[in-house]
Design a protein around this ligand. Structure first.
Ligand code: 8S8
Length: 114
């Protein structure tokens, strides 16, 4: 995150991307595993983005803008998903329901205030 970004939520989740051709979820990044996923608010230009880094090696596995048109789907209590602007679908498989609820609340806040 840059200096003028602050985290409004963080959660542990495995970050996945849906492969439309294979019709299956694949891990985002070079391998599957848990990441720390943040929603950052940019204090100067009032934008939000989701950034996730693998716990093990800090590989950035998601870096996507949160637009006011984002439809955030809580498919299950611990699996949430949305489309980014390039129509990729991201899925977060949260390690706990608490993390999922906390992340969803912050995401909905961001979408509301944009
Ligand atoms: C109208 C619309 O766009 N709808 C989208 C969803 C959507 C709705 C509204 C706004 C935005 C979006 Cl994004 C849609 O349906 N999408 C988006 C791409 C994928 C999918 C299309 C088909 C498949 C069928 C099964 C289903 C699925 O993936 N379920 C999960 C699942 O199979 N898994 C994941 C966990 C649990 C399950 C819940 C973990 C790994 C794997 C597994 O359990 O092994 N699908 C989808 O969600």
């Amino acid at each position: 995150a840059s200096r003028n970004e602050q985290s409004i939520a963080s959660a542990r989740a495995s970050v996945m991307v849906y492969d439309d051709v294979l019709r299956k979820w694949i891990p985002s990044g070079s391998s599957s595993g848990l990441s720390k996923v943040h929603i950052y608010q940019h204090m100067a230009n009032f934008t939000f983005r989701v950034v996730g880094r693998k716990l093990q090696d800090h590989e950035v596995v998601i870096n996507c803008s949160v637009l006011k048109t984002l439809k955030y789907n809580q498919a299950t209590p611990t699996f949430h998903q949305w489309r980014d602007s390039k129509q990729s679908v991201y899925g977060l498989n949260f390690s706990s329901k608490e993390d999922a609820d906390n992340f969803a609340a912050a995401m909905q806040h961001a979408i509301q205030v944009l």
